[in-house]
Design a protein around this ligand. Structure first.
Ligand code: ADP
Ligand code: MG
Length: 323
């Protein structure tokens, strides 16, 4: 395969940073982290037919492979610096690879992420990205800090990506799913919000598998429960227009994956500070419930009545899949 030409294209496109002492081209890359910062690392793999259907534009694959990783850094309150990309390709279709690179660098450039290395192999299409970022020592947002009485917040809107997938599976051509499809193909990681929430949020996670599922991780790690007010969960106008049945819509909001919003908790006395901090980075956020003692997750409707939790809280790895 024209592997070296390919790698050279990636090298040419990668931006330079002062903390990257050595990028693509040697056996490994060198990074000089700023003093007083912890290095934050995350890796995520997208496999064709599992995480995206055959036929998704290559640029969206490149974008999303980086986006899902940057979302993990956002949830830690970290600032991204660099990335490594392991590509497995079924053939040497250079135009296709170039499109992957274009989608990847469109997002990388926005957040000043340098591509510093990777690996290229032959096999069924998959892309695995590792991201490196920084967070001041001791300042990372963890899943384990939620306390009874804390508010539960969520950024943006829920259910859009799952809405696009639901429409597509029910036979609506992907081209006609508009704004929802954009959420599925090119999620925007909430890096500004994650940064703004340092020192303010008590716990944080990104919504990748489904709101209930991911909130459940905070509850388990913190040893607490939650009351969620389902009638105030944020929905986009695109979702409301596309999915008319309110029950179907609510299920997408509660259990749909791939939104890459942040779900976080914070003491009530920080409400104003959080609103101000998120306004400053133009990130909408909604208070959707509160943390309780015990371990129960309860769903409460507008009349204050408890409604049953869905059987499945979100995407189940190794059980679901097959996009
Ligand atoms: P090695 O055999 O020592 O692992 P490779 O030939 O795989 O070296 O890679 C050569 C250089 O190109 C390395 O710096 C590696 O990080 C980089 N590289 C390889 N594939 C990719 C890729 N898909 N994206 C970015 N950099 C890559
Ligand atoms: Mg190699």
């Amino acid at each position: 395969m024209a592997e070296f030409a390919l790698i050279d294209r990636f090298r040419q496109r990668a931006l330079t940073r002062s903390d990257v002492a050595l990028g693509i081209g040697d056996d490994a890359a060198l990074l000089d982290p700023p003093k007083g910062q912890s290095v934050v690392l995350a890796v995520d793999t997208l496999v064709e037919g599992v995480h995206f259907p055959k036929g998704v534009p290559a640029s969206a694959i490149g974008w999303k492979a980086l986006a899902v990783n940057l979302s993990d850094l956002a949830a830690m309150g970290a600032t991204p610096a660099a990335a490594l990309m392991a590509l497995t390709l079924p053939d040497d279709n250079m135009a296709f690879v170039d499109e992957i690179g274009a989608g990847f660098s469109a997002l990388a450039d926005t957040h000043r992420v340098a591509l510093i290395g990777g690996d290229t192999t032959r096999g069924p299409l998959s892309i695995s990205v590792t991201v490196v970022g920084y967070v001041p020592r001791g300042a990372a947002l963890l899943r384990s800090g939620a306390r009874p009485g804390d508010d539960i917040w969520v950024t943006g809107t829920l259910g859009d990506a799952a809405g696009a997938l639901a429409l597509w599976k029910s036979g609506t051509p992907m081209l006609r799913t508009g704004a929802l499809r954009e959420r599925l193909d090119r999620p925007a990681p909430r890096l500004g919000a994650g940064h703004a929430l340092r020192g303010k949020a008590s716990a944080c996670i990104d919504v990748s598998d489904g709101f209930l599922s991911d909130l459940g991780h905070i509850l388990a790690a913190s040893g607490v429960g939650a009351d969620v007010e389902i009638d105030i969960l944020p929905a986009s106008s695109a979702l409301v227009a596309a999915i008319e049945d309110p029950h179907a819509r609510r299920l997408l909001q509660l259990t749909g994956g791939d939104d890459y919003e942040l779900c976080f908790t914070a003491p009530r006395k920080r409400r104003d500070a959080i609103q101000l901090a998120l306004d400053a980075v133009a990130t909408p956020a909604t208070r959707v419930g509160s943390i309780t003692e015990g371990a129960r997750l309860r769903l409460i409707d507008a009349d204050g009545l408890q409604v049953p939790t869905p059987e499945r809280r979100g995407y189940v790895h190794f059980a679901d899949g097959g996009a």
